[in-house]
Design a protein around this ligand. Sequence first.
Ligand code: ADP
Ligand code: ZN
Length: 440
Amino acid sequence: MPEGEFWNPEVELLSGEEIRSLQLRRLRAVLERCGNSPFYREWFREAGFDPARVSSLDDLRALPFMDKETLRGGDPRRFLTVPLEEVVRLHSSSGTTGQATVVFHTARDIDAWTELVARCMYMTGVRRSDVFQNMMGYGLFTGGLGFHYAAERIGALVIPAGSGNSKRQIQLMRDFGTTVIHVIPSYALYLLDVFRELGLDPRRDTSLRIAFIGAEPHTESLRRRLEEAYGIKAYNSYGLSEMSGPGVAFECPFQEGMHVWEDSFILEVIDPETLEPVPEGEEGELVFTTLHREGMPLLRYRTHDLARVFPEPCRCGRAHRRISRIKGRTDDMFIVKGVNVFPMQVERVLLGILGVGSNYRIVLETVDNRDEMRVQVEVSGDLWHGEVKELSQLRRRIAQELRNEILVTPVVELVEPGSLPAGEGKAVRVVDMRDHARGE
Ligand code: ADP
Ligand code: ZN
């Protein structure tokens, strides 16, 4: 059990150069293993790629990219580089953008993944004395078990609460003195209304000090709201089932971008149109190659997630490069009245305005053959029961600030707190009911 600031100082404190040489060593081993998989043998052959001749990280660029479509295109067992007997578990993606994809893990894969997530949690200050309530879905979704195992490895007391059942979540926090939670950010915001309904204030009535928030895009404004309302530090956690799940990139105590664990992943950032690398520091699509997975390695996997790399070294001393907050998936962008909009641009505006409550939704419609963007916004409890004049002022202000940000004037509809659908999983921010979206 490490005592200091670092879970795995040897790896966390590698210099940039040491990381690159470790990556090359591991990459060569991964490519060699890939020879056991019928898929990769064919993949290499088609690309005229000889894994034995890889002598630099750049040589990887001779391979084509993979993405969800590659995984969906047949039996996932064809990616295996070990006999099926060695596989001990499978997980799948959430299926946010279509058919869910499956990833197989050996016992060593689960162990390596557990180490990665433990490293993340420990980095933010989680210790054996903590009580960790895991409010993520257990099961096929990777968020639940990934954190569960890691927290146990640190030695914290784990409450495997799972998602949903808000009142019981709050009860558990109070009964067992929960100090750390793992939660979907839109749900954490929603839960604040439930605290209020019960006449409770999380700052006063719980022992919470840390939250891990991830699984969906969210803004700095949302993080700040959670930190203030709960009286905690909220750390951004990024991962995807195809890269095992959480533990791919994580914020350190400085909260200035998420460190990508480069001993376990090779990160590339590409222009999603040209597929060429973007200059360091510019926004692009994240592409990962697994270096720590023996059962089912993935090479040059396109995430469709947009972010940029912070090239400067981090004050925490780790040279593992950091990425910005995820702006969204390339397919989250919608076009309305000819303008490109990301839901997070809307969130940033909304959550910066006093009086805006915990939930919002963007509805796109066709009205008189034209696009219309309707933004439904829950208002805070006080305001809802207050003066009509204040509500219409708020409505005008939201419309104006959104126009300034996205250059489209939306129809703003203020709704009662708690009236918009709030699921237990990833929030659905955009509902597209336009004729063309419905195939008409
Ligand atoms: P699916 O891709 O079907 O949603 P996953 O459960 O594997 O299935 O989710 C991974 C995806 O969730 C990522 O590719 C990314 O789009 C999103 N995601 C995960 N963590 C974050 C985060 N911290 N910020 C923004 N988006 C995130
Ligand atoms: Zn750092």
